[in-house]
Design a protein around this ligand. Structure first.
Ligand code: FAD
Length: 502
């Protein structure tokens, strides 16, 4: 703020001349380096310098007597202009960046300082605006913002790492992929943020990047909530003006789901091949087995009960019976059954499986002490399913849970519906959960339990879980498993539903 009396001087004529010259010099210097306009208290322009005319492309005559609306570009809000006026009308200096429109319609930006000149009552009687052209900087900023917005459109995680692996850029896709916000990720070491254990290929990738300027490969990484993900990663070395390596641009595509589907497809193909082989084999074994059973029965009948060979023959008969049972189970499990779907009450289907499991364990030493608890849903759920096959699948999971349970253990069977507030992308689904408090499954075994013939149970065929998965998949569902060593396991059958079906 400049007071009018500061410009006047009570000194003699000479001092006045000196002051006036000084002011003229300052004004000249300002005129040379900046865009200057002076207005009265209503904002009517009564002085503009050449720089103002040059940038606004208006002649001095066109500008004098107008207010600054003549260059208003319509970009700033009423509140913004009101704040400008409230500040200067209150006798205070206003500073800000203004976007103006020149006579030919082109846009220019000015960094502006408006200084009010106030009279002895403190009321502004004129304003002087001093500005600098910042059009290039603003356009560059706009371009950067536009490009950043484009990068944010990408579903890929795009990040920039310094040579010491510090994250300096993190796009929206990276926030979605890893769960870390840009604020949380920027400044962190990428090796610590994105990996549980740094894989050996990371160092190899660094070497290749340094040598060729590029690297491409797959990496196992981890998200904020500890989820393991697989990404296809493309690295590019960014150079500075002097062609020295400066930063690393990284584009990561989450391919976890793709990989999972690939593995599942491989398993499915494997299972169907094994199924065919097993069915063929079981068929071939059945007839000779029946022959052996018949012969042993004849030999047994011919012998006296006290004959010492009778005991050995009974042993043979038992073993043959056991082989027969295994062959039947193999045929039953390995041969894909056609789905016979009809609307069925899921509660009833699961209740039946629970009853059969209870009946099967009754009298067995470990089973007798294990409780199978069923938690039905509040409302009935009607689904178009093959009730017999789903019952088989649930029964299989319950029997596995019982076998895994310790003495006096407990198996919980629940039916749950996916919560209604899930995002629209998620399928509405019903879940049948079978949990035990057994020893849990090691991470190594967890990846193999759905493989045919893989078993850790004595006497198990390793065909139960693949069959469960086959049945559930035939219903367009999936089987999930969560297990904590020493705490137990939960197997979950997810079946899709839509409201029309319930
Ligand atoms: P309006 O609708 O005209 O005004 C918005 C609000 O601002 C009003 O509701 C009112 O609260 C307040 N206001 C407007 N005029 C006055 C006034 N005369 N007195 C008190 N309050 C008022 N504008 C630019 O766009 N670019 C510039 O480079 C620029 N430089 C300026 C330099 C100086 C020295 C001064 C004094 C003003 C400058 N202005 C500039 C502001 C300009 O005079 C207009 O007020 C503005 O362009 C009008 O914008 P609008 O039509 O969107 O808002």
């Amino acid at each position: 703020m400049i007071r009018a009396e500061q410009l006047a001087s009570p000194n003699p004529e000479q001092a006045l001349q000196a002051s006036l010259k000084e002011l003229a010099d300052i004004k000249f210097a300002l005129d040379q380096s900046t865009i200057v306009a002076i207005t009265d208290q209503r904002g009517i322009i009564n002085y503009v310098n050449d720089e103002f005319c040059r940038i606004s492309k208006y002649s001095r005559e066109e500008l004098l007597g107008q207010d600054h609306r003549i260059i208003n570009s319509g970009y700033h809000s009423k509140e913004f202009i009101r704040d400008l006026w409230a500040t200067i009308a209150g006798g205070k200096v206003w500073k800000g960046e203004l976007r103006n429109r020149a006579k030919d319609g082109s846009i220019y930006w000015v960094d502006t300082t408006i200084v009010p000149f106030v009279n002895s009552e403190g009321k502004p009687y004129q304003y002087i605006a001093i500005r600098h052209d910042i059009t290039q900087r603003k356009l560059a900023e706009e371009e950067i913002r536009r490009q950043a917005a484009l990068l944010d459109e990408s579903h890929d995680a795009i990040l920039v790492r310094d040579l010491d692996e510090t994250i300096v850029y993190w796009n929206r896709g990276a926030e979605v992929t890893y769960g870390w916000t840009a604020d949380e990720a920027i400044g962190k070491d990428a090796r610590q943020l994105l990996f549980d254990d740094l894989p050996p290929e990371f160092e190899e990738a660094q070497r290749e990047l340094a040598e060729t300027g590029q690297w491409r490969g797959e990496l196992n990484q981890v998200t904020k909530d500890g989820r393991a993900i697989i990404v296809e990663s493309r690295w590019t070395l960014v150079h500075d003006d002097k062609k020295a390596p400066y930063q690393k641009l990284v584009v990561n595509t989450d391919i976890t789901e793709e990989k999972r589907l690939q593995t599942e497809l491989q398993h499915a193909a494997q299972l169907s091949l094994v199924g065919e082989l097993a069915a063929g084999l079981a068929h071939e074994i059945k007839n000779p087995l029946a022959g052996i059973q018949g012969v042993v029965d004849i030999l047994l009948r011919r012998r006296d009960a006290n004959d010492p060979e009778s005991e050995a023959l009974r042993g043979v008969r038992n073993e043959v019976d056991r082989i027969d049972q295994i062959v039947r189970a193999l045929l039953d499990r390995a041969r894909p059954r056609v789905l016979a779907t009809q609307p069925s009450s899921l509660t009833e289907v699961v209740r039946r499986a629970v009853s059969v499991a209870r009946a099967q364990i009754f009298g067995r030493s470990e089973g007798g002490r294990i409780r199978v608890q069923f938690h039905p849903p509040d409302d009935p759920i009607l689904l178009p399913i093959d009730a017999a096959q789903i019952e088989d699948a649930v029964l299989n999971l319950i029997i596995n849970a019982i076998q895994a349970s310790e003495d006096y253990g407990r198996v919980d069977v629940r039916i749950l519906r996916s919560p209604p507030d899930e995002t629209a992308d998620d399928l509405d689904e019903v879940m049948i959960e079978v949990s035990d408090k057994g020893p849990g499954i090691s991470e190594e075994n967890l990846s193999r339990i759905f493989n045919p013939f893989f078993t850790t149970t004595k006497g198990g065929t390793g065909l139960g879980l693949p069959a469960v998965r086959r049945i559930v998949r035939a219903h367009s569902g999936r089987v999930g498993v969560k297990s904590v060593l020493g705490e137990g396991s939960t197997f979950t059958i997810h079946l899709p539903i839509n409201d029309a079906e319930t």
